[in-house]
Design a protein around this ligand. Structure first.
Ligand code: PEP
Length: 241
């Protein structure tokens, strides 16, 4: 199981101390088969990389620019730059970035360049509340997958993160049966039956007991609860208890 911490725009150098607990946990047998990946803001990637040097925790960026090469794009960072400072993963297509104008075509370009830069991609998809109410979830997800992964044959390094927008930061999670069916639907879009699909949206130490029973999910993308090491560790521990 994969546990991906999305720190969004939170954290500064003082936050590094809070990782000690997680490092200790990652070296214990309590981690079981859990794989931990931290996606801090760009400003902290190098510091996290150094902090995690002697443990098995991976690092990811939270987004990237679509250009493969350096260029005049103020404020942007591309995938090669992420790789160069120690990231192995990158989140692409997060709804908070889609909201700011990222469309499926742009996301496709970003994914292609991330793979070229030898990064693993956490590809976020998900429907809005309105789309869900109109029964358009499958239609939206299909389009996001089709266009987002257009002309990408080798998908082993792509993890799908199903994040319904209405579940992000709201404390609400999908009904277990709905989530199982949606994950099954997403997996049915791939020839490779081992395609990994994670769930994200308000995962916390309380609801993990319910979520872990949904047996086609391969891990979790965790926002708010991952900023607190104790909560993050609790989620991992409870998944295996
Ligand atoms: C996210 O935005 O990727 C996310 C999962 O956030 P939260 O856990 O806070 O809902």
């Amino acid at each position: 199981m994969y546990f991906i911490a999305n720190w969004k725009m939170f954290g500064d150098l003082r936050s590094l101390n809070s990782l000690d607990k997680v490092i200790k946990f990652s070296k214990s047998n309590k981690i079981n088969k859990g794989r931990l990946i931290y996606c801090p803001p760009y400003t902290l990637i190098r510091s996290f990389f150094k902090k995690f040097e002697n443990c098995q925790i991976d690092i990811g960026g939270q987004n990237c620019h679509e250009s493969e090469i350096f260029g005049p794009y103020t404020g942007s960072v591309n995938c090669r730059m992420l790789k160069n400072i120690g990231a192995n993963y990158v989140i692409i297509g997060h709804s908070e970035n889609r909201k700011n104008g990222e469309n499926n075509k742009l996301i496709n370009l970003k994914i292609k360049n991330a793979l070229k830069a030898k990064l693993k991609v956490i590809f976020c998809i998900g429907e809005s509340l309105n789309q869900k109410k109109k029964n358009n979830t499958k239609l939206i997800l299909s389009k996001q997958i089709k266009v987002g992964l257009n002309k990408i044959k080798y998908k082993k390094n792509i993890f799908i993160a199903y994040e319904p927008i209405w579940a992000i930061g709201t404390g609400i999670i999908p009904k277990p049966k709905d989530l199982f069916d949606t994950v099954k639907f997403i997996k049915s879009k791939f020839k490779d039956k081992s395609q990994k699909v994670l769930y994200g949206g308000s995962v916390n130490p309380q609801n993990i007991n319910e979520l872990k029973k949904i047996n086609n999910i391969n891990g979790f993308l965790i926002g708010a609860a991952s900023h607190n090491s104790k909560k993050f560790i609790d989620i991992v521990k409870k998944t295996y208890n």
